[in-house]
Design a protein around this ligand. Structure first.
Ligand code: ADP
Ligand code: MG
Length: 239
């Protein structure tokens, strides 16, 4: 029998075979008032460098909860989330914040740009690893990478939904993360805008080797990913 594809049998394929993120039996419940809602019950999956993964599931199934756990914004009740070998569930708040700032980019349904800063200024503000002319150069390069250079000096209110989301992707890439999380980022876009945004995200994954997990309501968009996952009954299944 051949070895499983994740086994580092041939050592020069090692880097692509080793997952960036390993979610292992993760559970999460929320207690509100007297009631407990078990949202995740033992979900497991992996995310690999330069690989796009889609996540679908009905409203309320726990997709955003899973994104929050991966981003280190919430803590799992049980199970492990290994990020490049470090267990997110064991890190303290400041170590998780550090990881989030430097290794994880997040894009949400509303672009969440700072309204009184231009596209370029929004990206520059997010770049913490460089300053001065180098920061300006990097911001320009990021806006160009997501195809939005022509809107660099616009304020967010003058951007279309799709343009604002592309700026939000550039913001998320400011510190060169190895994981990009996108939660219903195409939710407010028409189908052409959604396609374009997803294409930009896929290109980022290919060219930078970024692992991408994106949540969508569209089965068509989900099917464009390298791998598709469905969240049902608190568990993640291949679809
Ligand atoms: P989805 O993104 O798939 O629509 P969510 O992850 O947002 O689902 O929510 C899953 C369930 O968890 C919902 O029932 C929601 O009300 C509940 N929930 C999410 N976050 C919280 C929270 N911080 N406190 C209490 N309940 C929450
Ligand atoms: Mg959600």
């Amino acid at each position: 029998m051949p070895p499983p594809p994740s086994a580092p049998a041939d050592s020069h394929n090692r880097d692509i075979a080793v997952p960036l993120v390993r979610v292992d039996g993760v559970s999460k419940a929320f207690r509100t008032g007297g009631a407990t809602r078990q949202v995740l019950r033992g979900s497991s999956f992996e995310l690999h460098p330069a690989t796009t993964v889609s996540l679908v599931g009905v409203s309320g199934s726990g997709k955003s909860t899973l994104i929050s756990l991966l981003a280190g914004l919430e803590r799992a009740d049980s199970g492990r989330i290994l990020f490049a070998g470090a267990d997110l569930t064991e890190l303290d708040d400041s170590a998780r914040a550090d990881l989030r700032a430097h290794r994880i980019g997040i894009v949400l349904q509303n672009a969440n740009l700072i309204p009184f800063l231009t596209s370029r200024e929004n990206v520059e503000l997010a770049i913490t690893l460089a300053d001065g002319p180098q920061r300006a150069r990097r911001a320009r390069a990021l806006l160009s990478e997501v195809g939005i250079s022509h809107r660099a000096d616009h304020l967010p209110r003058r951007l279309s939904g799709g343009e604002a989301q592309r700026v939000a992707v550039a913001v998320a890439l400011a510190n060169e993360p190895s994981l990009l999380l996108a939660d219903e980022v195409t939710g407010e876009l028409d189908s052409a805008g959604a396609e374009e945004l997803l294409e930009a995200i896929f290109a980022v994954s290919r060219e930078r080797g970024v692992a991408v997990l994106f949540v969508t309501h569209s089965d068509g968009l989900a099917a464009r990913a390298d791998r598709c996952l469905r969240l049902v009954g608190g568990e993640v299944h291949p679809r």
